[in-house]
Design a protein around this ligand. Sequence first.
Ligand code: TRP
Length: 465
Amino acid sequence: MREGGSTNALLHAGRSRSSFSGKMGYVLAVAGSAVGLGNIWRFPYLAAKYGGGIFLLVYLILMLTFGYALIMSETALGRMTKKSPVGAFGTFGKGIAFRLGGWINAVIPMLIVPYYSVIGGWVVKYLFEYLRGNTGILAADGYFTGFIAEGVSAELWFLLFSIAVIAVLFAGVKQGVERVSKVMMPVLVILAVFVAGYSMTRPGAFEGVKYFLVPNFENFSWMTVVAAMGQMFYSLSIAMGILYTYGSYVKEDVDIEKSTSQVEIFDTAIAMLAGLMIIPAVFAFSGGDPDTLQAGPSLMFITIPKVFASMGFGTDAGILFFLLVLLAALTSAISLAESGVSTFEDQLGWSRHKAALLMGAVMVVFGSASALGFGVLDFITILGMSILDFFDFLTNSLMMPIAALATCLLVTRVVGIDKIAKEVEQSSGFKRKGMYKLFMRYLAPVCIVVILLSSVANVLGWISM
Ligand code: TRP
């Protein structure tokens, strides 16, 4: 079995089990995979839907405690074993529990990337329309709903996006992703600050700023916590094995505690900027109509075009914005699909091309179902959700908590928390060790189980949250 995950190629072409070039290289690579549609598309709609400021507060608390503990664990386990998740779990035992623990981590990205690419296709479509100067058309009421309901066109844009991803995987990714991220991230930040500033100063937008930033406990529900936890996993790329793989490339002297904080700050800053672009705009352009706040996955595609249409130079802003979102989505989709490909290569011993073809097939099958789920397949709902929403729910609310639990159990029951602490302490002061231990031992497993059970009970309609 070849032990190096070929996600490697993303980072440093042509070296076997290499390390990152330096501390900054690692932070950039992780930040590049972390910042994507999760920050710009997913975070704002969840925040809008699940209570605004209270969602933000719960999210921040979870990230600094739970998220921190899990990132540290996954990275340390990766660095310790020098393996991707299936191999890392396998290092500590051969039983069925170890295989399941490794595989659930490895399968999640394979189920995310198909529907992720559907959203990627929507982004390409919007970019295309802005390039044609259709700024007003995109901002019209009902445009987006009409577009996804039409189905076939959404399917074609999805295929275009997927072909780009598969083509890159097929070619073998050189340092492209890292290089693109380096240029793209600063431009994205500047543009986001600019659009957020514009959006926040529209008449009526201030209510939205308040809704997003000031916690209102009346808006709290259990679903706030469930959604915030899923989003935290998603946005930081945790509970899906990716950080094991990245950790396995980290040199012994990289301060993983510090780099974890940097990645968290960066990722959250982008998500909050996206929230400040979109949520105030919802209030300004729809009078805070609660139905718009409930819009879900379509929110970005409905409000951002309205903001741009109201600006003098909206077409240019639209082109730039959707181009950047597209790049962020592409780099993330490539890393997600790459992690699937490397699992196939490592575990099935397949060639890169064969592995990439299988990943492509998975993307086309599940992605097409998700893309058409708003159109010709809209009679199919699973537990009351559209196909795309169902995949999102399945991975984020069900599988990721289980994957996170598997990591907790591996750390506390098998490897031993002190051994992980030692691994971290090789390179870091580990200032938050006390909190880390408390979380991994008690709080994290208990919270995960409670949240998992409540989200299952919720979809089955046993409780309503
Ligand atoms: N974090 C990415 C985002 O916010 C999505 C993502 C989740 C991801 N898991 C990943 C990207 C693994 C790359 C690798 O959009």
